[in-house]
Design a protein around this ligand. Structure first.
Ligand code: DP6
Length: 321
């Protein structure tokens, strides 16, 4: 039995930042994302007659230490569905690091879907979202296309993503500005743990997310891109305030990150629609419209010579190939 699934990455407009259950990856808050069309992972799962799993990433055989997270995940899947089979996993990431997106969302969503097909588990998309969440929280949202909300829930069965609008007709594009830095970054898993533990503002974050989720859902229903941008930028800055207020404090920002945030503000003063969102890294993703995108791209390129830009649009959910 061998099957291949494709999952696209997503960008959170209302961020997931903090777990109340580390093992099950149960978040403190709901989060809301947009699935993108350009960056995806294709994963093939084959049942093998062995007592261990074999994992290839981008055609390279991974050793056990590189592999730990995936091997643990496969153990979890076996336990959930009470079977003993082992797999050969071949995963190809079409999420180049040069695009500035993390691949864990598309990676674990594609892996969950490939196992679902190979083992003929016949999971619903809700069950698939739960399974993907156990690999990486943000992967729960990559099961669906378009705008997606991950409902925090209270246990394994109640924490899953739901589609808000899978094929929205909305004039929204995303420009990813990649800052070429090789500083060692703090993983999102560690970053959120430190923020929950030591930021005095963490409880405010939980309250803020609850209200911003409602506001952004209204803005999505009204196809109000400016409002979506305003809320997303405020939410991202609030998430990064949790890192700065942690003890010890840390930040994902580099000097260029701040420079781009300032440029975006200047562009807005000139009437150009542009809003920033930033994940657990220095790269800035800019929410634009078709009209503003080329202006934003030109301005960024003129002001910063050492950055790469990548355009993404709205993408779809899990596909079987
Ligand atoms: C800033 O999903 O990578 O991108 O569940 O520990 O694997 P784990 O974390 P991960 O965190 C994503 C954090 C974020 C915000 C978001 O995507 O919601």
């Amino acid at each position: 039995m061998t099957r291949t699934a494709r999952a696209y990455t997503n960008i959170a407009l209302i961020k997931y930042w903090g777990k109340k259950n580390k093992q099950l990856k149960l978040p403190y808050t709901n989060s809301l994302s947009l699935t993108l069309d350009r960056f995806y992972t294709d994963t093939t799962a084959t049942i093998i007659n062995e007592d261990h799993d074999v994992v290839y990433l981008n055609e390279q055989l991974l050793n056990d230490s590189q592999n730990k997270r995936i091997l643990n995940y496969l153990d979890t899947v076996r336990k959930f569905y009470s079977f003993k089979d082992h797999f050969q996993i071949n995963s190809i990431n079409h999420v180049p690091t040069s695009a500035g997106f993390a691949s864990s969302a598309s990676g674990f969503a594609a892996l969950a879907a490939a196992i679902n097909e190979t083992k003929q588990l016949n999971l619903t998309r809700r069950e698939l979202s739960i399974l993907a969440r156990n690999g990486s929280g943000s992967a729960s949202r990559s099961i669906y296309g378009g705008f997606v909300e991950w409902e925090a829930g209270t246990d394994n069965e109640s924490s899953f993503a739901v589609p808000i609008d899978e094929h929205p007709e909305i004039d929204l594009s995303l420009l990813s500005v990649v800052i070429n830095k090789s500083t060692k970054k703090i993983s999102s898993t560690t970053g959120m743990e430190n923020s929950v533990k030591s930021s005095p503002f963490y409880s405010n974050w939980v309250t803020l997310v609850a209200s911003e989720i409602e506001e952004i859902k209204q803005a999505i229903a009204q196809k109000d891109v400016q409002k979506i941008g305003e809320i997303s930028e405020h939410n991202a800055m609030s998430m990064h305030a949790l890192t700065l207020s942690a003890d010890p404090s840390f930040t994902y920002f580099e000097p260029e990150t701040i420079q781009i945030i300032q440029l975006i503000k200047e562009m807005r003063q000139k009437g150009i629609l542009a809003y920033a969102t930033i994940d657990a890294g220095p790269n800035v993703k800019i929410i634009c419209t078709k009209e503003s995108l080329p202006k934003v791209q030109t301005c960024i390129k003129q002001q910063l010579s050492n950055v790469t830009t990548v355009v993404a649009n709205i993408g779809s959910g899990i596909q079987y190939i």
